[in-house]
Each structure stands twice: as structure tokens, then as C-alpha cells.
Design a protein around this ligand. Structure first.
Ligand code: PFF
Length: 442
């Protein structure tokens, strides 16, 4: 199939890519990791990784996607380096695993939306979360979320993704700003801001080593890196676009929304007297539902919040599903609709264990994010830095006036900084993951 769709408008691409980046990662995952990993110190390490590693790797994915016009696996054949297909395959496998449980969390969000508008979350927010998170209801709503995503992706790139993103991203921003403003008026806001925003600089170097796997995994996850998403989306952009500028907009928007989510979540937690590190994957659900319940007008506010979370989750889910669908339609010359429906069914089944037991959800999440995404980023950077540098620099220069300075900095970062940081991270992540498996399953 050589006739490939392209984005109708520049803003359509940016919004869709930003819609992919802004998702449960920013609002569900970022605050609970920050809470578990000590607050402001985590934030500092995470921000350094976004700038120093996230931005260069995002550009790597954009360059590979636009240059090849292909899905993340087919891309390397097109670029004349079929041996590197494995690098794309690691990302596609990560996308597959991540989406299988992302849909389960998306199902929780639907349940919270329903509960918000139909009588609340019961007397005990934690019990409510546990009954939401696992069991037949969790499986049923996981199926509903998956079916919605498959339906929209089946409609095709312009009709489905672009229109949806154009409406959804601005909605998310407006609602979060409103909630953060409301959070600022709460009693716990002062304590929350100092926990979240004031790092203890004397311990930060020592802390960085233990924080690295989670912070790097989150930096990749939140920017939708290492899962082939940005390669796939960039495969639909024209050569007149300035990739650097688009990357800048996406990173700033994504980071701003994560920071904003922290400004929403922590004041609510502190006001309720809830420890920020408590509750793991349930953190935002338990704490916010508890908070919403006690606040005046809280359930309506909760309904709005969870609806917004659902919107953010859907635009991200479209993007990851698109990776899987575009790979299959590019490779096997089959149609979008049956592919989307068939893959949704497979992913639904793969996600079921995570809807039965939260330990499986952690196991999927840690393996895909802290190991596969990092490995994929490592391989892609080495490929561009050392194997495909000349062509990559040329590709990055298209659509903009360039004196080559930025390209030179980019290449140096990709050759040395990114591989060293990611190799260290990978080693720490594997060690941590083995520890996690022993603790949880042996
Ligand atoms: N950047 C997305 C987020 O922060 O939620 C990452 C993502 C994860 C996208 C899983 C899609 C997905 F299915």
C-alpha cells in the first residue's frame, strides 16, 4: 500500500501527538510515582531526563518515521537497515503490553465517571477502588474501553484521530487549570507545594540512583517514546514541517500538564491527610475520590475530573493502537477495520490478568516501562547516532532554516549522553525488576 494518508493540518499532527503524550501517564502515573519516590527529588531527576534524553529521542523517532513513511518495524527496511528491525520490534512489543493494561486502567476511569454521576464512591474510598480495580466489572469495563478505541481507530487516521484530538486536548488543559486553582484554596496546599516543589538538594545526587529507573521509565512513558508511537505518527507528516518546533510544542505541553496534575493531586492528598506515597496504582483514585466526596459540590467536580481523565486516556490509547494497526496493515495488506477489531480482541485477552490482580498490573507496567521502553530508546539512539547519522541530520534539517548547530548538539547527545544514561538505567531497572518478581511471586 503506497498511498498513505497524511495529516490534514499541522495543528492536527501536533494535537494528535500531544494527545498521545498527554494521558494517564501524566495524571495517573506521574503523581503516584512522584509520591512513591519522594516528591521534589523525583521531579528534578525526571525533568532533567525529559530535557536531556526525552527530547533527543523524540527527535529520533520523528526522523525515523518521516524518513521511512513506515511503521516502526517496516521503517528499518525502508531505511536500508533491516537488521535494526529488532529495535522497532522492542517498541512494538512494549506498545502491545502497555496497551493491554492501559485499557484496564481506562476501564477504571469509566467506572469512576459512572459512579460520580450515579451516587458517588461509597463510604470507603479505598474499598471502592479495590472493587473497581479487579474482578468481573474491571474486565467488562476494560472490554468497553478497548471496543471504543478500536471503533475510533477503525474509522481511519483523519476522521478518527485528528477530529478527536482537536477537541480533547484543549478540554483537558482547561479542566486541569480549573482544578489546580481550586486545589490552591485548600488547607493542605502549602504543605503539598513544599513536598512537591522544594527538593532537598543535599541528598539529590544520592537519591538520583534509586530514582533513575522510575524517572526514566516515566519520561519515556509520558512522551510516548520507545513504543513506536511517535515513529508511526511522524510517518504521516509532510517534509515541509519543522520537526524541531513540533517536538518543542509537544514536550512543553506534556510536561506542563504533568506538573499541573501534580498541582491538582497533592493539595487534595495533603488536605485529606493522606500520605502521598500510599496506595500505589490506586493513589489518585482513592485519594481524589475521598477528597471529592467531602468537598462541597465534590461529586460533580469528580465527574468532571474523571471525564477529563477518560478523554486524555482515549487520545493516548488511539495512538498506541495505531502502532499495532499500522504495522499489520502495512505488512500484510489487510484492511483497517478487520485488523482493528481483531487486535482489540487479542489485546483484551492479554490484559485480563491485570484486571484480576493488581500485582500483574505492576508486573506488566514495570517490565514494559522501565525495561522495554528504555531498551528501545537505547537501540534507536545508537542507530541514529552511529549508523544513520548523516541521513538523520539531513532529515531533521528539512522544513527549517538550519546552520547545523542544533544537529551537531543532537548527534553528540545521541552518541554519548543518551546511551550512557540509558545503559545505566537499564542495568538498574533489570536489577529492580528481578527484586520485584522475587518479592511478589516467590
Ligand atoms: N504518553 C502516554 C501517557 O502518558 O499516558 C503514554 C501511553 C501509554 C500512550 C499507553 C498510550 C498508551 F496506550
Amino acid at each position: 500500500m503506497d498511498e498513505r494518508a497524511t495529516w490534514a493540518t499541522r495543528i492536527g499532527f501536533i494535537l494528535a501527538a500531544a494527545g498521545s503524550a498527554v494521558g494517564l501517564g501524566n495524571i495517573w502515573r506521574f503523581p503516584f510515582l512522584t509520591g512513591e519516590s519522594g516528591g521534589a527529588a523525583f521531579l528534578v531527576v525526571y525533568l532533567l531526563l525529559v530535557v536531556g534524553v526525552g527530547v533527543p529521542v523524540l527527535l529520533v523517532e520523528f526522523v525515523i518515521g518521516r524518513r521511512s513513511n513506515r511503521n516502526p518495524i517496516g521503517a528499518f527496511e525502508r531505511l536500508g537497515h533491516p537488521g535494526w528491525k529488532a529495535a522497532g520490534a522492542v517498541g512494538a512489543i512494549a506498545a502491545f503490553i502497555i496497551f493491554s493494561y492501559y485499557s484496564v486502567v481506562g476501564g477504571w476511569v469509566i467506572q469512576y465517571v459512572v459512579a460520580s454521576f450515579t451516587g458517588g464512591y461509597g463510604a470507603d474510598a479505598e474499598a471502592f477502588f479495590l472493587s473497581t480495580a479487579s474482578g468481573t466489572n474491571a474486565i467488562a469495563y476494560h472490554g468497553l474501553f478497548m471496543a471504543t478505541v478500536a471503533g475510533i481507530v477503525a474509522l481511519g487516521i483523519r476522521n478518527g484521530l485528528e477530529k478527536a484530538a482537536t477537541v480533547m486536548v484543549p478540554t483537558v488543559v482547561v479542566l486541569l487549570v480549573g482544578l489546580a486553582g481550586y486545589g490552591a484554596t485548600l488547607d493542605g496546599a502549602g504543605a503539598a507545594y513544599s513536598y512537591y516543589l522544594a527538593p532537598d538538594l543535599s541528598t539529590i545526587v544520592g537519591d538520583a540512583v534509586s530514582i533513575l529507573p522510575a524517572a526514566a521509565g516515566q519520561a519515556f512513558y509520558t512522551l510516548s517514546l520507545g513504543m513506536g508511537i511517535m515513529i508511526t505518527y511522524a510517518s504521516y507528516i509532510g517534509e515541509d514541517r519543522n520537526l524541531l518546533q513540533d517536538a518543542g510544542v509537544i514536550v512543553v505541553l506534556d510536561t506542563a500538564i504533568a506538573l499541573l496534575a501534580g498541582l491538582v493531586v497533592f493539595p487534595f492528598l495533603f488536605t485529606q491527610g493522606i500520605e502521598p506515597g500510599e496506595g500505589g496504582a490506586g493513589s489518585i483514585f482513592i485519594s481524589l475520590a475521598g477528597a471529592f466526596q467531602q468537598l462541597p459540590g465534590g461529586e460533580l467536580l469528580g465527574g468532571v475530573f474523571f471525564l477529563m481523565l477518560l478523554v486524555a486516556a482515549l487520545t493516548s490509547a488511539f495512538s498506541i493502537f495505531e502502532v499495532v494497526v499500522s504495522y499489520i496493515t502495512d505488512t500484510f495488506d489487510v484492511n483497517r477495520v478487520p485488523t482493528a477489531l481483531g487486535m482489540a480482541a487479542v489485546l483484551f485477552v492479554v490484559g485480563i490478568p491485570t484486571a484480576l490482580d493488581l500485582t500483574y498490573l505492576d508486573a506488566y507496567d514495570l517490565f514494559a516501562n522501565n525495561i522495554l521502553l528504555i531498551l528501545s530508546g537505547l537501540l534507536l539512539s545508537i542507530f541514529i547516532g552511529w549508523v544513520y547519522a548523516g541521513e538523520a541530520v539531513e532529515e531533521l534539517g528539512k522544513g527549517r532554516a538550519s546552520d547545523g548547530r542544533i544537529e551537531a548538539i543532537w548527534l553528540t547527545t545521541l552518541r554519548y549522553v543518551v546511551p550512557i544514561v540509558l545503559a545505566i538505567t537499564l542495568a538498574l531497572s533489570v536489577r529492580d525488576y528481578i527484586g520485584f518478581l522475587q518479592e511478589s511471586f516467590l
